[in-house]
Design a protein around this ligand. Structure first.
Ligand SMILES: Nc1ncnc2c1ncn2[C@@H]1O[C@H](COP(=O)(O)OP(=O)(O)OP(=O)(O)O)[C@@H](O)[C@H]1O
Length: 304
């Protein structure tokens, strides 16, 4: 197996405050997983607010360096201190899609201006026809076209359409990996599934791997191949998505699943908490993981 992405024992801590009252936050602790280059998949990172999902994504994107461990992309170490040329080469292969498409686009600029500058940057061309072609191709991949988008400002589109444009922009350099951080949480509920289905088709039709960061178990269940569940910076469970979510083994995963069933607020990262379950889940943070072979023969890794 050729490895696309290799996250090796990665930790990240932030130190805050002055000399007095200095505080260390362990945002990510000892995370390890890898993605295959041959088998594109949707790899989901689930966890409630503050569990370290975004920090992990920022390290994969080379926006933060790990405090410990290392991340390799196509065998090369990912680093915040790469040269401009190395950074550009890396970004042509690993592209981010953020949560709020209205923040990703300047309200005063036409949408095509973004697509255009990305095309110029990555295709190294000033040729108008080639740029238009690249923009149109990318927009077609997300079910839009340059004709539909040309001349329009962000506020003239729905959140769902704008998120498609953001995904189209990310697809311009044909990256093998997209990192999507809560890409549907700001999109109107009625349009959410269309974005989720789009991610699925990127994997199935375009062979793009997707790291899907969410706290929404339902969409995670629907599209993911594998997932990790994070609690307070630690991976507490990792495995085939349906295997884990059908029958979570770790108390925290069980808590997450139970809370989805018991509150409307789970989508906002708030959990209805059973104090005993929380205690059991917290007690296991930081312990070594073990591979559990379930009666059906499938394996999940459970930490604790
Ligand atoms: N630059 C930073 N400086 C200090 N602390 C940080 C920084 N970035 C993240 N943290 C802390 O690290 C922890 C993990 O944060 P992170 O944003 O990665 O979590 P998350 O799971 O993505 O949360 P959310 O779903 O709310 O985005 C939190 O306690 C957060 O306050």
């Amino acid at each position: 197996m050729t490895t696309l992405l290799d996250v090796r024992n990665v930790s990240k801590s932030f130190t805050m405050g002055g000399i007095f009252g200095r505080k260390t936050v362990n945002a990510v602790m000892d995370a390890s997983f890898s993605l295959s280059a041959e088998k594109p998949e949707i790899f989901t990172i689930i966890g409630e607010s503050g569990s370290g999902k975004t920090t992990l994504a920022r390290m994969i994107l080379g926006l933060e360096d790990p405090s410990e461990g290392e991340i390799l992309f196509q065998g090369q170490k990912v680093s915040r201190h790469a040269s401009k040329a190395e950074r550009l080469a890396f970004m042509s292969k690993v592209q981010p899609v953020f949560q709020n498409p209205f923040e990703a686009f300047n309200p005063l600029k036409k949408i095509e201006r973004y697509l255009e500058s990305t095309a110029r940057q990555f295709l190294h061309t000033k040729d108008r026809a080639a740029i238009d072609r690249a923009m149109d191709e990318a927009l077609q991949k997300v079910g839009l076209s340059l004709k539909e988008v040309r001349g329009r400002f962000p506020h003239e589109m729905s959140g769902g359409q704008l998120q498609r444009c953001a995904i189209a922009r990310a697809l311009i350099p044909n990256p093998p990996l997209l990192i999507t951080d809560e890409p549907v949480s700001m999109v109107d509920a009625s349009l959410r599934m269309s974005i989720v289905n789009l991610l699925k088709s990127l994997r199935d039709d375009l062979k793009v791997s997707v790291i899907y960061i969410t706290h929404d178990l339902a969409t995670a269940y629907y599209i993911s191949n594998r997932l990790i569940i994070m609690q307070r910076g630690r991976i507490v469970e990792m495995g085939d998505a349906r295997t884990v979510l059908d029958n979570p083994q770790h108390p925290y995963s069980q808590l997450l699943k139970a809370s989805v069933l018991s509150t409307d607020d789970a989508g906002a990262g708030k959990l209805a908490t059973d104090p005993d379950m929380v205690k059991a889940a917290n007690g296991l943070v930081g312990q070594a993981g073990k591979l559990v072979v379930r009666p059906d023969g499938r394996e999940v890794r459970v930490y604790g």
